[in-house]
Design a protein around this ligand. Structure first.
Ligand code: ADP
Length: 207
């Protein structure tokens, strides 16, 4: 199918885009149960980075399912394809110089690992949003857990479909215990420690 297709190398490189933007580009991959706080945290991180002059974009589960992945459901095969598309999309966006923040349950280790494998070392930063099922179920903002418990929603992660905890995430945040601001700060501190928010020519100025 892809035999006649070759990757067209751009004349404007990713490195040049990063220099222009003054920061590295990468994917910050948030994973965790529904209600763990991934979306809220993703947008909070984006606000902070945006204020620091970074070019960012949040890819969110519900939003992607309205367009790019509107043909997909929640069977294991469809979930896998959903994550594959998001990974491919995220890679292109990172190639365009952006900091991509994704908020997907992405319950299966093999799917997350396949995105990691797609990217260069350091370009995939896995953030485990660790919140106990009980806390997520108590929050139940969208009433999904209640529906899942009644069997109205089949294959619901944490109830009738497994969530595989990341084995070696770059960051773990306790979103069931800590505030969103505290979790966001921990992530920004990690990015700073990895010098992701600067480039050789442009040092961040965020005093
Ligand atoms: P997810 O994207 O993981 O499904 P959301 O970001 O939609 O989760 O969060 C679900 C609900 O829980 C929201 O109402 C949000 O305000 C709340 N919430 C998320 N994280 C926290 C937190 N760390 N502390 C308190 N409430 C939180």
């Amino acid at each position: 199918m892809t035999n006649n297709i070759t990757w067209h190398a751009p004349t404007v490189t990713r490195g040049q885009r990063e220099e222009l933007n003054g920061h590295k580009s990468f994917i910050l991959w948030l994973t965790g149960l529904s209600g763990a706080g991934k979306s809220t945290l993703a947008h909070r991180i984006e606000e902070i980075l945006f204020k620091r002059g970074c070019r960012t974009y949040v890819l969110d589960g519900d939003n992607v399912r309205q367009g790019l992945c509107r043909d997909l459901g929640f069977s294991p095969a469809d979930r896998q394809e959903n994550i594959r598309r998001v990974g491919a999309m995220g890679k292109l966006m990172a190639d365009a110089g952006l900091i991509v923040i994704t908020a997907f349950i992405s319950p299966f280790r093999v799917d997350r690992d396949s995105i990691r494998a797609l990217l260069e070392e350091g370009d995939f930063i896995e953030v485990y949003c660790d919140a106990p099922l009980q806390v997520c179920e108590e929050r139940d903002v969208k009433g999904l857990y209640q529906k899942a418990r009644k069997g109205v929603i089949p294959e619901f992660t944490g109830i009738s479909s497994p969530y595989e905890v990341p084995l070696h995430p770059e960051i773990i945040v306790q979103t069931g215990r800590d505030t969103i601001d505290s979790c966001a700060l921990q992530i920004i501190e990690y990015l700073d420690s990895q010098e992701k928010l600067t480039t050789t020519h442009k040092k961040a100025n965020h005093t």
